[in-house]
Design a binder for this molecule. Structure first.
Ligand code: FMN
Ligand code: SF4
Length: 451
């Protein structure tokens, strides 16, 4: 097999890589011109479908298949939303693409709109990305001037407008229906599905939502073809008809206690160990590893003896985690307290829950209150089972919530306590030696002097 060649990050870090001039000099927009001339939207959709590209935004849903859910003879308009909200902790691959290679993203977006017959696209951008905002807007302006956007693109019958929309910094705006509500000018409360966005999305019209890296992959598939894409990654399991495989290159965000944190492009299926040693330069100061988040905190936690976990769409699930998520790997060394880690995670999710669903709104706050209490030295051993009960009972998986945020809150709780129970028990016994017993499961903390 030929050595792996990074393509998504090929231009990143090069002088002027964000300009149209640079991009066109490296062959940019040639695929767009060719596809518009030689392929119908259905043919291009089939190419993406055959590549088995799975969405890079977190859920890993097959991209081409999602596009086919749009109604066939809809009079339009059909909308396309590019999800650039990127708020999963530790995740920054979309930012790097948008800052250093915005035209790669935009070419992928235009191709995706052509395939889905969308005539208006919105890029929903995380507010805290000012450089990406400037560079994307510059790139969009350049595209209009060069005829890559607007009416009858390159003499074809296809017309497209792209609007750049900045969010206002809330994690829930990245959930696709929360994003749609926010774009409509409302509070980003996720919608109950069905109807799914493909049938009734933005302004009640058929809508596709895809991630920034997914769009970049679409552009690479248009350039290099299905065989190239499927030669990278982990093939589908022939004994599992539901396994769509994990094909193609992937951007892994590596951070935490490693020598060289950064965004690295590797074939899907690389293990945590390989990522740390071959890309990250090993553990920081040669310290011993303790834990890693495999794909954003909402995916849960791996123990150091699970670092042989392959980072493909099925890998983390085999080690008790939720999935690959955003492939944002945060590595923790042996000095890190799992009590602090879980406390931090609980603070994040309690703060970001939109509050529509009782199990999520209350559950994330109960978990936080119990973690506050444990940290304050008033924890009870039975709190650990209570926390697990919350973790097992909130989320889409047990079917109690509208969106996946609650699952994301639950997995770190379940993993941290099940995988490091001894550390939690030792902490509670050490910090609460008299066995202080608060009667209420979820006390009003100010009553026991904890704020
Ligand atoms: C709470 C929550 C936050 C999310 N945040 C993002 C995000 O910031 N970016 C993203 O692409 N997907 C995010 N998603 C996933 C989206 O709902 C959706 O699945 C994704 O944008 C689809 O794109 P893809 O098919 O290309 O992966 C989030 C999901 C949830 C439940
Ligand atoms: S699961 Fe949580 S974040 Fe999602 S809609 Fe319900 S309350 Fe809001």
């Amino acid at each position: 097999m030929p050595p792996f060649e990074p393509v998504l990050l090929a231009n990143v870090g090069q002088e002027g890589s964000h300009t149209l001039r640079f991009y066109e000099q490296t062959g940019g927009y040639q695929s767009l011109r060719r596809v518009l001339k030689e392929q119908s939207p259905v043919q291009f959709t089939d190419i993406v479908k055959n590549s088995n590209l799975r969405g890079r935004g977190g859920a890993g849903f097959p991209t081409g298949l999602k596009w086919t859910f749009l109604p066939k003879d809809h009079p339009g308009p059909i909308y396309f939303c590019l999800n650039a909200d990127e708020s999963e902790p530790g995740t920054f691959n979309n930012r790097i693409l948008m800052e250093d290679d915005p035209h790669q993203v935009i070419e992928g977006l235009i191709l995706s709109c052509y395939a889905t017959r969308a005539t208006t696209a919105y890029i929903y951008l995380r507010f805290e990305y000012p450089l990406a905002y400037q560079r994307l807007q510059l790139a969009i302006n350049e595209c209009y001037e060069a005829g890559h956007l607007g009416k009858n693109i390159h003499g074809s019958e296809f017309s497209l407008d792209i609007y750049l929309h900045r969010g206002a910094a809330a994690y829930i705006c990245g959930e696709e229906t929360g994003l749609i509500e926010s774009l409509e000018g409302k509070r980003a409360w996720p919608r109950i599905k069905p109807p799914f966005p493909a049938v009734e999305g933005l302004f009640r019209k058929p809508t596709v939502v895809n991630n920034v890296e997914t769009a970049a992959c679409v552009k690479q598939i248009a350039d290099r073809g299905v065989e190239w894409f499927k030669s990278i990654g982990v093939p589908a399991d022939p004994n599992n008809p539901r396994d769509a495989g994990s094909y193609g290159p992937k951007l892994y965000c590596l951070s935490g206690h490693i020598e060289r944190p950064g965004c690295y492009e590797a074939p899907l299926g690389i293990t945590v160990n390989q990522l740390i040693d071959e890309y990250g330069g090993g553990m920081w100061k040669g310290r011993k590893p303790k834990a890693a988040i495999p794909g954003g905190i909402s995916m849960g936690l791996l123990k150091a003896d699970e670092f042989h976990c392959p980072l493909d769409f099925n890998g983390p699930g085999k080690f008790g985690c939720l999935g690959l998520g955003t492939a944002a790997v945060v590595v923790m060394d042996e000095t890190v307290s799992m009590i602090d880690t879980l406390h931090n995670s609980c603070r994040f999710f309690a703060h970001e829950s939109c509050g529509q669903c009782t199990p999520c709104r209350e559950g994330t706050n109960w978990a936080l209150k119990m973690m506050n209490r444990i940290k304050a030295g008033k924890g009870r051993l039975k709190d650990l089972d209570l926390l697990l009960e919350i973790g097992d009972n909130i989320g889409i998986m047990p079917g109690t919530t509208i969106c996946g945020l609650a699952d994301g809150a639950a997995w770190p709780i379940k993993n941290a306590i099940r995988k490091w129970r001894g550390e939690f028990e030792e902490f509670i016994k050490r910090t609460n030696p008299q066995g202080y017993q608060e009667e209420s499961a979820v006390p009003a903390l100010e009553l026991i002097g904890i704020h």
